[in-house]
Design a protein around this ligand. Structure first.
Ligand code: ZN
Length: 127
């Protein structure tokens, strides 16, 4: 289980990412890390107004909203707060379905509207 993710700003996505590192590519507006549960799957989070937002304070990173890895076997769910992994409750299949539907609806609505500020407790699902 990973407790911390240290940010590393990169130009190219590494072929063999290390665990405990949050790779950030500003150019591609993408982050990559190995799932915090330790399962070894890569988790790619796209940075965009409708997806994840990253806050870097010079030392630590915070990512909003939470990371819900519903498509991975582990289905882990956690927040990244000032480099720290904060575990969140695992969702039931019903909640995941509902979350996905809400996500799709929100994205559709936001195509014609100004995005609302992110809801930290409403996870997005990586593709
Ligand atoms: Zn995992």
């Amino acid at each position: 289980m990973i407790t911390h993710l240290a940010p590393r700003f990169i130009d190219t996505i590494p072929e063999h990412p290390e665990s405990g590192v949050l790779y950030v590519s500003i150019e591609y507006a993408t982050t990559l890390h190995l799932c915090a549960c330790g399962c070894g799957y890569e988790v790619v989070l796209g940075i965009a107004p409708r997806d994840w937002k990253i806050t870097w304070d010079g030392e630590t990173v915070t990512i909003n909203p939470s990371v819900g890895n519903w498509s991975l076997p582990c289905q882990s769910h956690y927040l990244i707060r000032r480099n720290k992994i904060v575990w969140a409750r695992r969702w039931t299949n019903k909640e995941i379905d509902r979350g996905r539907a809400a996500d799709a609806l929100r994205k559709r609505l936001q195509q014609t509207r100004t995005p609302l500020s992110g809801d930290a407790l409403s996870p997005r699902t990586p593709p």
